[in-house]
Design a protein around this ligand. Structure first.
Ligand code: ADP
Length: 637
């Protein structure tokens, strides 16, 4: 999708495009935006992956796509199937083998031909059956006629019945003549696309059904029980396998054989079924494979299969975010139009509803001047918002609907975090009015997109032996690291010998799963210094940031979510790393609730967080002298 096509009459305001959330797109609603026909033109971002797909389609090469879920891997695989030539499509028929009932024959014919063959066979079988029943009725008539003549009616009826049964149960034999079309491309307008994600062996490689009767005239002929696998259905098309590493190793091995040979015989996959006795002639499976997964998937993939893809194809990494440009925003507007049309029932979005979505895409990127490429969840938001408008029978989906949808489509982590905050409010564990020594409101991220406030407490006690850092829970390692980083600074300004002290650090109520403490080192440092120097901390302040040994505040992830969590918890000041200043994309409602103070050095953090002059001022002054460049100089000596 190079550019966004709009209906004639709709213009792009190039002059103001830079500042406009819609990139200068002059639309009333997404109804004005034209959606490209080809899927490959609908793909937004992922330029490298797109180019590779186009190239690989021309050369019929396999592709390995690694990246986050919902960034367009299966969409690109489907797009590739639209690019493959459809002339080569084939139908596959399985025939009864009169020499060996358990080794059905396989024939491949051009697409559309299969149906004609089946029809011809059916017609022949029908004629044969007709002849048989005529024959049967003639014999019955003769028998009954003879019985009437000899006045032996009972015997006559009995004989007729037996004849009828014999004909009835031998008629199966004629069905055996009709082949079983396992791959039917007669109506196929494009090369097939098969998604074999999570498929079990039978679904992937084909199977032969069990026959409970097996003999006695009731059995289903073996060729009729043959079922194709995704590898066969995707012949001449695309086989997409996401989470490739979840296929068991034996199946991966067979998949590799299939790729090498271009054909693969079908046999019953379950060993104790009668289907396991059946094995067809090889069935064509000349597909292009698109294997996908996250980085993990690549490591756990069968090495030979990986090499196969690598040696005969391409590997590509999917992007998570893309630079925010006017052109890109116009494409995001088109994304909304695409999703609305794909769903078919949602009302189109007004211009300001689209703007709100683009804002959300900015926010979710968590990166300065970028938009998120996690389209599946963004698409989910479009659908929820559209559903709200549809439920009220409105013509358009509005900005309000998008805002409501955001509230509704909170992730599990977000719901958990909100619930957690609610519950903590009950216990009054949140913000208190007065200043407290050794207690800091830290901030963490749960899951991907949920901030949470996580108070940290530090207590200093004389050591029993050598001084230790003692932390509760799983955050021990992180606590030790933070204390280590801050100890270089403490040594410089304090008489206290840390090696003679035990530092207890408690992460209040941090038993929570998924809480990432990685970015809490300024929090721990602040708590320790406060406890050490007996200077209280303002409890209306929350903070996040990583600390270097020199006292620099380093950037962290998820600042937007963290700030929002602090605001929700009732803080009025949030300290963030200066380097994260551009990543802040909080929603309007929070902007008035909190003041954000970017800091680049621990002395600035303490200046904001500590209370109680003059003790505090002298501490901050001392710190200013020894941290940052001053510390550099000292260390250089
Ligand atoms: P993946 O296979 O990477 O998990 P999908 O391709 O299934 O993700 O994406 C899910 C949906 O999200 C797609 O059907 C499409 O509607 C939308 N989508 C994903 N990536 C893109 C993209 N790059 N451009 C446009 N839409 C996308």
């Amino acid at each position: 999708g190079s550019e966004v096509d709009v209906d004639p009459g709709v213009e792009i305001d190039e002059e103001n495009a830079e500042d406009d959330l819609l990139g200068g797109l002059q639309i009333d609603s997404t109804d004005d935006i034209e959606v490209p026909d080809r899927l490959v033109d609908q793909v937004i971002g992922q330029d490298e992956a797109r180019d590779i797909i186009i190239k690989a389609a021309k050369q019929r090469r396999h592709v390995m796509m690694i990246g986050s879920p919902g960034t367009g891997k299966s969409m690109l695989a489907k797009a590739m199937s639209q690019l493959l030539p459809q002339e080569d499509l084939q139908d596959v028929l399985v025939y009864h083998n009169p020499d060996d009932g358990n080794a059905p024959k396989v024939r491949t014919v051009p697409a559309g031909k299969g149906e004609q063959i089946i029809d011809a066979h059916k017609e022949e079988a029908r004629k044969r059956n007709q002849m048989r029943s005529i024959l049967m009725w003639i014999i019955i008539a003769i028998v009954i006629g003879y019985a009437l003549l000899t006045a032996n009616i009972l015997l006559g009826i009995l004989a007729a019945g037996i004849i009828w049964l014999i004909f009835r149960y031998t008629s199966r034999g004629t069905d055996a003549m009709v082949p079983n079309m396992i791959v039917d491309n007669g109506d196929q307008r494009q090369a097939p696309f098969e998604d074999a994600t999570g498929a079990h062996a039978g679904a992937l490689l084909g199977d032969v059904r069990h026959d409970p009767f097996q003999s006695g005239g009731m059995e289903t002929p073996s060729h009729d029980r043959v079922e194709p696998g995704s590898i066969h259905k995707s012949n001449k098309g695309v086989l997409f396998v996401d989470e490739i590493n979840t296929l068991d190793i034996r199946t991966q091995q067979k998949l590799m054989t299939a790729i090498q040979e271009g054909e693969f015989a079908i046999t019953g996959q379950s060993e104790r079924s009668s289907g396991a006795m059946v094995q067809t002639e090889p069935v064509p499976c000349d597909f292009v494979m698109i294997a996908a997964g996250n980085l993990d998937a690549m490591e756990n993939m069968h090495p030979a299969l990986r090499n196969r893809v690598k040696g005969y194809g391409y590997e590509v990494y999917m992007d998570d975010t893309i630079e925010d440009t006017p052109e890109m925003r116009r494409k995001y507007a088109r994304f909304v139009a695409q999703e609305v049309e794909r769903d078919g029932r949602l009302p189109h979005f007004t211009d300001d509803a689209v703007e709100e979505l683009i804002l959300e895409a900015k926010r979710r990127s968590g990166r300065k001047n970028h938009l998120t490429l996690h389209f599946r969840s963004l698409g989910g938001l479009v659908r929820v918002a559209g559903d709200i408008a549809r439920a009220e029978d409105r013509e358009h989906t509005t900005r309000d609907d998008v805002l409501q949808a955001k509230q509704r489509s909170r992730s599990i982590e977000q719901q958990l975090a909100d619930d957690y905050i609610e519950r903590r409010k009950d216990y009054e564990l949140q913000v208190t009015e007065e200043a407290v020594e050794g207690r800091v409101n830290g901030l963490a991220v749960m899951g991907e997109d949920s901030g949470i406030m996580l108070p940290v407490m530090a207590e200093i006690a004389p050591a029993q032996g050598g001084g230790q850092v003692i932390a509760t829970g799983k955050l021990q390692e992180m606590a030790e690291e933070s204390v280590q980083n801050v100890s270089a600074i403490i040594k410089k300004f304090s008489d206290v010998d840390l090696s003679e002290k035990d530092i207890h650090i408690q992460f209040v109520q941090a038993g929570q799963q998924g809480v990432d403490g990685d970015s809490a080192s300024i929090t721990v440092a602040t708590a320790v210094i406060s406890a050490l120097e007996d200077i209280p901390i303002d409890q209306s302040v929350a903070m996040t940031g990583s600390l270097s040994v020199r006292g620099d505040v380093l950037p962290v992830g998820g600042v937007t979510h963290k700030i929002e969590a602090a605001a929700k918890a009732g803080c009025d000041t949030v300290i963030i790393p200066k380097a994260n200043e551009q990543d802040v994309m909080i929603e309007d409602e929070y902007e008035e609730m909190v003041e954000i103070i970017p800091c680049s050095n621990i002395s600035e953090v303490l200046d904001v967080a500590l209370e109680g002059e003059p003790k505090k001022d002298s501490l901050v002054d001392r710190l200013k002298q020894i941290t940052g460049t001053a510390l550099d100089r000292q260390q250089a000596v």
